[in-house]
Design a protein around this ligand. Structure first.
Ligand SMILES: [Zn+2]
Length: 79
């Protein structure tokens, strides 16, 4: 009985040691790999003025029509 208990304890220690080893290994590898630098910074978007209504809109939301900058407003697109 004594030996069985001793063996069980050894086994638990081995398992704990293995878990600890895995954790350390994971920490070491995660520290090694460079963290992903999230570049959420958007480049400054150019603001343009609508030739029709005169409102200022980002360039991506504007349309060039007849060499004039028009905003995406349906009212301006109609004309
Ligand atoms: Zn407009």
């Amino acid at each position: 009985m004594e030996l069985k208990l001793f063996m069980a304890r050894i086994l638990i220690l081995i398992i704990l040691g293995w878990i600890l080893y895995q954790v350390i290994k994971r920490m070491a590898t995660s520290a090694d790999s460079k963290p992903n630098i999230k570049s959420e910074e958007k480049p400054e978007e150019k603001i343009v003025q609508c030739a029709n209504c005169g409102c200022h809109v980002p360039e991506s939301e504007s349309i060039i029509k007849n060499n004039q900058i028009i905003c995406n407003n349906p009212e301006c697109l109609k004309k």
